[in-house]
Design a protein around this ligand. Sequence first.
Ligand SMILES: [Zn+2]
Length: 501
Amino acid sequence: MKEKLERLNAIIAEISDIGDATALLGWDQETYMPPGGAETRGQVSATLGRLIHERATSEEMGKLLEELVPWAESELDKDSDDYRIIKNSKRGYDQQMKFPAAMIEERAKLQATGNMAWREARQNNDWKKFEPIMDQWVDFNKRTAELFKPYDHVYDVLLDFFEPNMKTADVKAIFNAIRPKQVELIDAISKKPEVDDSVLHRAYDRATQLKMGEEIASAFGFDFNRGRQDEVHHPFASNLGYGDQRITYRVDENFLNPYIFGTMHETGHGLYEQNVPKEKHRTALYGGTSLAIHESQSRLWENLVGRSRAFWEWYYPTLQKYFPGAVGDVPLDTFYRAINKVKPSLIRVEADEATYNMHIMLRMEIEIGLLEGSMAVKDLPEIWNTNMQEYLGITPPNDSEGVLQDVHWSFGLYGYFSTYALGNLVSAQLWEKIKEAQPNLEDQIRKGEFKNLLDWLRENIHQHGSKYEPQELVQRITGSKINGDAYVKYLQTKYGEIYGL
Ligand SMILES: [Zn+2]
């Protein structure tokens, strides 16, 4: 059997190489590719995608797993790397095998036309333009769910692509528990005087911002010998294989937040991948384990560290030195309150820590409603606006700033949104554990020392790669599954102090 396992690993190593090449092409497409290269790039990426699919669903792969799975179940320790390699490989194989070739093609086409229609619809505030695409995606996702029967809930199937083994019932229970508490907090804050955050909208020159971002990413522990940072329209982090993690940014010279907090966020993603050990590369255990766990890392660095008072007690004097015109005469407390201003807003990606999850719950309810059939696509703009009013007390003036704002649905990504909120919740669960292990955590941050923090994350999360499923990983570390208690407590404490609640 060892030989068969070796053969499985060899196939996966090859798939992983093609995946890394595909990721590099994808990164280049968003950063430096001239527009003229788009057509060729599309062809090359499609060919690589087909090569991966062929290898991942080959007869040889099927036969190997047929023998390896029962062997692993009876002979191997369930906590061993080999057991997990076989388990993850089987999961990937089953997923790929269930999709008929015709549906894979249909999906690729719908993604292309869907994204084009969405861009136009959003630009022209024209929901009707996008409505037929939404209809097609709902139909496609219903058929996808059928392929994976039996399920407890139709939405489980879609969620599982992003969060292995996460159930709709669990996510609903988690969100139902936090929703009233977040609504209550947002409500209490809205009765307090609005925070003046004009300091963030002053002149921050580009070159100095870039210098600052590199300094902070390095201080967090990002290794620029094994990664780089480049400019894009919509920032992301990309893993090109061991030793090569790319993070990206956007700069606004009249608004400090996008670059600085975006850089901290993407650095968090990059640190996760940078610290998955080399021996896991080119195996079925390489890379972050799920989107929610990934987001817990980015949010932890962006918010728990980057929007904390301790961090700015360390870094604010430097910021004042770099931007004397903007913040030279602004007290730290004014700045701290500005970067933590809570105000219900229309756009998810611009939302603050206290209101962010509400945007997610709204989207998840819609996705579930569409799949269950309790909501109709044609009613979405109205449902969206009604729920925005109920959750955040505001109604979008148009669909571009409402139901049409996100790119995800145009690509058929259903089940994705919830991972953002789950990541927020996990970041706070981890933070409680880190503070238990390192009672002087805040003092470390106040001195600009992040090594012990990164070591803890490396030890508890990064080193495992994708060996453990998200719920399993959180349970191992915190003793309980993903839940919102720590996050709600974190919000109440932090904003209670800032707003005097
Ligand atoms: Zn992220």
